[in-house]
Design a protein around this ligand. Structure first.
Ligand code: UGA
Length: 440
């Protein structure tokens, strides 16, 4: 099938590449010329394992195209995806200006009937706005062309996005017309082969499903962080508690890891946007507000431990930080807990030596040159001359460190924001240890 996708961010680029991988003819459209030119040459705007070779292969096989020419991309497409960003605006609501701009462009350029698929995370009711924006353009052009607006939210995780897209656990399709549902089922069929993974529903339910999924996962995390704070106070170890509850299939092992709070471009923004939607409809979302509040507090937790350890005397202290990305296997630092920690340390007069396997360029872009930040080339270099280490992201390479190197820290102390180390092992090696919810 001939498919066009607007937006070459995570969702758009991964979806487009995976659809070309299964044989569709895909055109990815973006307004950013430099980004499109880079993609044509196989340079990706994001770090995502496995994606670059797929982009290059499908590009040279002639199934994956990149363009800024929206009109041409729309003219030939049977299915047009909207996969542009929905950043939060001042009050936390999703800002729909990019989605609606694409909708207008579609209306201005549609030549034959098409299905318009919304993949961006958008509040309930957006499909209706998109339909209105397209219809408005068509009536201005005084043409009548059949089109259908479908909601098809994306559930991919950064760092594992290609796998999630190629092997989805479900494909949610929110549509009214059977013909549109059938067409999307045919589009995606190779991803799900012998399994019936399609969940077909009305458009509004599909829009809400996306927020419900992210809010449920964020709730699990904030819940565990809350229990970890209680564990700290009562002298229990959250890691034992986690093992004690995860085997219950109703609870499950996933997303019950306590830490320095959730970050990234999805959970913080989507929990807030869903809360805003609830308020706009006259409902006070107590649980969602608490999920966010607990997360905000948790992002400050590592700093509080450091502050307490040094009796509030942080000026002239240097803290090494391992991990800047909001989670491993990505270079993304949006809403990352590392940012809150560094900013709090700087405000208290401390200096930071930081290392991340992928996010160094991103850190440079965000913070530029600062006297109180040294971006280091390796984890060892970050420790050099530092008084303490804070582990913020659980990259695999941080898991088996040379304990002797920890002893060279001025204060021989480690703040483990992801509970990756064995407290006893560190303490036996003469290193002071602080974890999350471990009573020490
Ligand atoms: C999330 C969802 O997991 C995807 O299903 C969804 O499609 C995506 O948002 C989206 O809306 O586009 P992502 O933001 O890539 O994916 O990252 P996650 O792997 O979900 O991690 C989010 C944050 O939660 C990270 O900061 C991570 O460190 C934290 N986390 C995760 C915990 O603190 N504890 C856990 O047990 C799990």
């Amino acid at each position: 099938m001939k498919v066009s996708i607007f937006g070459t961010g995570y969702v758009g680029l991964v979806t487009g590449t995976c659809l070309s991988e299964i044989g569709h003819d895909v055109t990815c459209v973006d307004v950013d010329e430099a980004k499109i030119e880079g993609l044509r040459q196989g340079r990706l705007p994001i770090y995502e394992p496995g994606l670059d070779s797929m982009v290059v292969r499908n590009g040279s096989d002639g199934r994956l195209h990149f363009t800024t020419d929206a009109a041409a991309a729309i003219a030939g497409a049977e299915i047009v995806f909207i996969a542009v960003g929905t950043p939060p605006d001042e009050d936390g609501s999703a800002d729909l200006q990019y989605v609606l701009r694409v909708a207008k462009t579609i209306g201005a350029n549609l030549r034959t009937s098409a299905i318009v698929v919304n993949k961006s995370t958008v509040p309930v009711g957006t499909a209706q706005l998109v339909r209105g924006a397209i219809a408005g353009e068509l009536s201005q052009r005084k043409v009548e062309i059949d089109f259908e607006v479908v909601s098809n939210p994306e559930f991919l995780k950064e760092g594992d996005a290609v796998n999630d897209c190629m092997h989805p656990d479900r494909i949610v399709i929110g549509a009214t017309a059977d013909a549109a549902v059938d067409k999307l089922k045919r589009l995606y069929a190779p991803f799900v082969r012998n399994h019936d993974r399609f969940v077909v529903m009305d458009v509004r339910s599909a829009e809400l499903t996306k927020y419900a999924a992210n809010a449920m996962l964020a709730t699990k995390i904030s819940f565990m962080n809350e229990i970890s704070n209680i564990a700290e106070r009562v002298g229990a170890d959250i890691e034992m508690v986690r093992r004690g509850i995860g085997s219950d299939p109703r609870i499950g092992w996933q997303f019950i890891y306590p830490g320095v709070g959730y970050g990234g471009s999805c959970f913080p923004k989507d929990v807030q946007a869903l809360a805003r939607t609830a308020q706009q409809h006259g409902y006070r979302p107590q649980l969602l507000d608490a999920v966010e509040e607990v997360n905000e507090r948790q992002k400050a937790h590592l700093f509080e431990l450091i502050h307490r350890h040094f009796d509030g005397q942080l000026s002239d202290r240097t803290v090494a930080i391992w991990g800047l990305a909001f989670k491993p296997d990505t270079d993304d630092m949006r809403a990352a807990s590392s940012r809150r920690l560094m900013e709090q340390l700087w405000a208290a007069g401390a200096r930071v030596r930081a290392y991340d396997p992928e996010a160094m360029d991103e850190a440079r872009r965000i913070y530029g040159e600062r006297v109180d930040l040294v971006l280091c080339d390796s984890m060892e270099e970050a420790l050099r001359g530092a008084d303490a280490l804070a582990v913020v992201t659980e990259w695999r390479q941080f898991r088996s460190p040379d304990l002797a190197a920890f002893r060279t820290l001025g204060d021989a102390v480690v703040f483990d924001g992801r509970n990756v180390y064995d407290p006893d092992e560190l303490e036996q090696a003469g290193i002071a240890y602080y974890g999350i919810g471990r009573g020490r």
